[in-house]
Design a protein around this ligand. Structure first.
Ligand SMILES: [Zn+2]
Length: 243
């Protein structure tokens, strides 16, 4: 069941993200619309992981973070690879929190929220259902959200930020790990391209990874090594954006 769901989800994700990429270039700096694409202070780096939890793979990433003694942020879904109703999914969320990382909302079923036919109710439910479930699991209101495929419009912002009061988080380092799962070298090459010419005295970064993908923990090892050697300080997204 997990494998079948994972396969369907991956195919839908790859096609939709490809369309999203063609439609709008990824932002490289903080947006005038208030969406966060980098940190508020230079020298900060936020490692972020989308689409989990997937207990086995997410746990492997958590092991890497613990070994390296760095913090990260996980934008979780309600039901994609795993299920926030499941004992395993909830245990993984609790471990993320217990080990000092941050949880963010990534919608219940990973829809493309910027589709013009999405109703206000649908977008609201996709976000609020995860917020409510995470409140039940963690005891805390989650303040940050990332839209699937990085796709949003004014209506989505009105709902997510205006109605639900969440900060919307994008990225400025795109590993494109979804397009070459398991190819660590290709993802690190994207790190080099996106951070080229940068310096921690003036720059900050938020990097996009996907913990359910094959090779996600191996990529995390190399990404951590790369950003530490570049002189950046690892922070959760909350600290990154000054919450
Ligand atoms: Zn996603």
């Amino acid at each position: 069941m997990v494998n079948k769901m994972g396969l369907i989800f991956t195919l839908v994700g790859v096609i939709s993200l490809a369309l999203a990429t063609l439609g709008s270039p990824y932002p490289k700096a903080k947006q005038e619309d208030g969406v966060h694409t980098k940190c508020t202070q230079p020298g900060m780096f936020s490692l972020t992981f989308d689409d989990g939890p997937l207990p086995g793979r997410t746990e492997a990433v958590l092991d890497v973070l613990k070994e390296a003694n760095v913090t990260a942020t996980f934008f979780v879904c309600g039901q994609t690879y795993s299920d926030l109703h499941s004992v395993e999914g909830q245990a993984t969320v609790r471990r993320i929190i217990a080990e000092g990382h941050q949880i963010g909302i990534h919608t219940w079923s990973h829809p493309y929220l910027a589709d013009p036919w999405r109703s206000v109710e649908e977008v609201t439910n996709e976000v609020k259902s995860v917020a409510d479930k995470l409140l039940e699991i963690t005891g805390n209101r989650i303040p940050i959200m990332r839209p699937p495929y990085g796709a949003y419009n004014d209506s989505v912002l009105d709902i997510v930020r205006g109605e639900l009061g969440l900060e919307v988080i994008m990225w400025n380092v795109n590993t494109l790990d979804w397009s070459h799962p398991g190819d660590t070298a290709a993802a690190i090459e994207n790190y080099k391209i996106e951070t080229s010419g940068s310096h921690p005295s003036v720059d900050s970064f938020i990097a996009l990874h996907h913990d359910p993908l094959p090779g996600s923990s191996e990529l995390a090892v190399e990404a951590i090594r790369f950003m530490i050697s570049a002189g950046y300080r690892f922070v959760t997204v909350g600290e990154c954006i000054g919450l």
